[in-house]
Ligand binder design. Structure first.
Ligand code: UTP
Length: 294
């Protein structure tokens, strides 16, 4: 059984769906309630045993890079002012020295290209990829579920969920072979298929465990859908060698790369919070005309 120690976080995208906010704030720094999207992905990776964090970033995203640096002056001020709770809130942003590396993707040439840039740092071992846009809420973090399943299956593993057929054109989609529990063997994968021709409605979501053989395929691959180097295409081409399975994770996934998904996630996470939930419920009920505001 191989311990998955390293994770790649591709965060070099332009985030155009969140303009104008993303003109100066990286998408991954937009807060769901009071924690930025990237924090949810890092917490999930840590829970799954990840020790090395590789960011593929881009120019103009220094706020994202600074977020995991120790803020000595701020900490000193908070300590002096006795603001223990605020100090504790910073705890999750601590990264052990040397655990995080930041690479630069000069141009947004696609998710596959971003992953390829991590080749030298990943080396010759299976590794995880997490897209912070996809936030998954559930009792057991999705990547932990996948790491457990991958210990039995090996090969490439992608997080998968069923989506309405009309929406498959926005995803990589699995041609499903045999299933065992939550694991389905893939016969092939296709990026952004025409909904009428898609082999299934089982879509790939932003969590992957990949074998290092993916890098040879990514290096050989030219631009695919949208003129970008597509990770799905590389996984599909490596399927005969490594095998690919889709893991139907337990939990609710929010597409925080879209404004609607982001707002839905904000509501769901806020309603979960003991300090916010009740007040928010009555505000919502009033807004929906269900009862007068408290
Ligand atoms: P998206 O397809 O959501 O693109 O990328 P985007 O640029 O972030 O956002 P929009 O569509 O313009 O609003 C999916 C993931 O792949 C990363 C993104 O940062 C995001 O985590 N990505 C995408 C890269 O790192 N590099 C790329 O060239 C493309």
């Amino acid at each position: 059984m191989t311990h998955i120690r390293k994770a790649v976080f591709p965060v070099a995208g332009l985030g155009t769906r969140f303009l104008p906010a993303t003109k100066s704030v990286p998408k991954e720094m937009l807060p769901l309630v009071d924690r930025p999207l990237i924090q949810y992905a890092i917490d999930e990776a840590r829970a799954a045993g990840i020790e090395e964090f590789i960011f593929v970033s881009a120019a103009g995203k220094s706020a994202l890079e600074d977020y995991f640096c120790t803020a000595r002056a701020l900490e000193a001020q908070l300590r002096e002012a006795g603001k223990t709770k605020a100090l504790e809130a910073l705890e999750a942003t601590r990264m052990p020295e040397g655990a995080m590396t930041i690479l630069r993707q000069d141009q947004p040439r696609g998710l596959g290209h971003a992953v390829l840039l991590a080749r030298r740092l990943v080396g010759d071992e299976p590794f995880a990829v997490l897209l912070p846009d996809d936030v998954i809420r559930g009792a057991t973090p999705a990547l932990s579920q996948m790491v457990d399943a991958h210990a039995r299956t090996g090969g490439h593993m992608v997080a998968a969920m069923d989506v309405p057929r009309a929406e498959v054109g926005a995803y990589g989609v699995l041609d499903c072979g045999e299933s065992r529990g939550r694991v389905t063997r893939a016969r092939s994968l296709v990026e952004k298929p025409d909904p009428a021709l898609a082999p299934s409605t089982r879509a790939v979501i932003g969590r992957y465990i990949l074998e290092p053989s993916i890098f040879d395929e990514l290096a050989r691959l030219g631009p695919g859908s949208g003129g970008e180097i597509q990770l799905t295409d590389a996984i599909n081409r490596d399927l005969p060698r490594a095998g690919v399975s889709g893991y139907r994770f337990e939990g609710e996934r929010f597409d925080c790369g879209s404004v609607r998904g982001f707002v839905e996630a904000t509501l769901a996470f806020a309603l979960d919070r003991s300090d916010l939930g009740e007040g928010l419920e009555s505000r919502l009920a009033a807004q929906l005309g269900l009862r007068p505001a408290a």
